[in-house]
Design a protein around this ligand. Structure first.
Ligand code: SAM
Ligand code: SF4
Length: 334
């Protein structure tokens, strides 16, 4: 996306921030093994931003030049009245793109309403097309329900639908080509995300890590792939599958240095503004929202000042015994 000329959010390295990812809940109806531990402790309700606070924050960011907003979580669509927030954000002038990342469990019921609210693109996480394997990975998920959600989204007519898949060696890496073929058959896109060391989970991540370089070679032996110049200013590199409408994305925080074109910041469901997914630099916006319920000036000043502490890049290392970042992806928002 082209940075807006009016964007006031420029960091110390000259990178323009025009994209926010907002986690609206840390809760989820699934417990994916790479994302959560079996017994997660979720935040008390009063420590989570209200939907009104979320709407106010997004409005302020858009007034500062942000043009793309992704709503994520936890599972954003299990939050009560989440659709109200999508409606509010969808009405904002200056916003080009409202998108959502979901596990798909609620889409059979909500896809049409999301489309009406102005959501243009939707990412649905599917790590396996085998119902038992899907259950094993998500611990509580139901593949049939997610596939019904995907069908409802296709039917609702989103401009872009993409599957997100985390491949794990010996668990679901044998499904790589099947998942791509599924995306081709459905005329949608698919991205492979390398597992990131976020939060303490119940397996050794290094033992299951699959590099996107290996996944790409495997797929090149089965499909004719053309590199695409498309970029989101993030860690994804895209390839087109020739003679199909499908693009394959590779989200490779380990294999590529994407940080120099980083255009995004993340806001957790607690109102923490993280300047980088892989670093601890943050500021707390919740006190400003609550101490100044009407006046946006202190909030705006803090957001503008935060640009000075956006780090140059992340520092992931799967070989460390400790996770690089102690917070879970479901807390920061994927
Ligand atoms: N619940 C929604 C979902 O699953 O799509 C949205 C939140 S989830 C945290 C967003 C994305 O992060 C999902 O595609 C998930 O597969 C990915 N994810 C979670 N933990 C991860 C990790 N440790 N490494 C890489 N990707 C991860
Ligand atoms: Fe929930 Fe998404 Fe994390 Fe899976 S990846 S546990 S669906 S937040």
């Amino acid at each position: 996306m082209k940075p807006s000329d009016t964007n006031l959010l420029t960091d110390q390295f000259g990178r323009v921030v025009n994209y926010i990812r907002l986690s609206i809940t840390d809760r989820c109806d699934f417990r994916c093994t790479y994302c959560m531990s079996e017994n997660m402790q979720f935040l008390p309700r009063d420590e989570v931003l209200s939907l009104e606070e979320c709407a106010r924050l997004v409005k302020v960011f858009v007034s500062l030049g942000v043009s793309k907003v992704r709503i994520t979580g936890g599972e954003p669509l299990v939050r009560k009245n989440a659709l109200w927030l999508f409606d509010e954000i969808g009405k904002l002038n200056g916003l080009n793109e409202l998108v959502v990342t979901t596990n798909g469990s609620q889409l059979a019921k909500q896809a049409m309403a999301l489309k009406k609210a102005g959501v243009r693109r939707i990412n649905i996480s599917i790590d396996s097309l085998n119902a038992d394997k899907f259950k094993q990975i998500t611990r509580t998920g139901n593949l049939e329900q997610v596939l019904a959600g995907l069908e409802a989204s296709i039917h609702a007519g989103f401009r872009g639908i993409k599957i997100n898949t985390v491949l794990m060696r010996g668990i679901n890496d044998d499904e790589t080509a099947n998942l791509v073929q599924f995306a081709i058959d459905k005329k949608i896109d698919i991205s492979f995300i390398e597992e990131m060391p976020l939060g303490v989970v119940d397996h050794a991540r290094e033992s299951t890590f699959v590099s996107n370089a290996d996944t790409l070679s495997l797929l090149q032996s089965k499909y004719s792939l053309l590199p695409s110049t498309e970029t989101t200013g993030g860690p994804a590199r895209y390839w087109r599958v020739t003679d199909t409408s499908t693009k394959i994305g590779f989200i490779s925080p380990h294999s590529h240095n994407f940080c120099e074109s980083c255009n995004r910041v993340r806001i957790t469901c607690k109102g923490e503004l993280y300047l980088c997914l892989g670093q601890e630099d943050k500021i707390d916006l919740m006190p400003l929202l609550r101490e100044h319920p009407i006046d946006d000036a202190p909030l705006i000043a803090a957001i503008l000042n935060s640009m000075a502490i956006k780090p140059k890049g992340h520092d992931f290392d799967l070989r460390r015994a400790e996770p690089s970042i102690v917070r879970f992806m479901s807390h920061t928002g994927g």
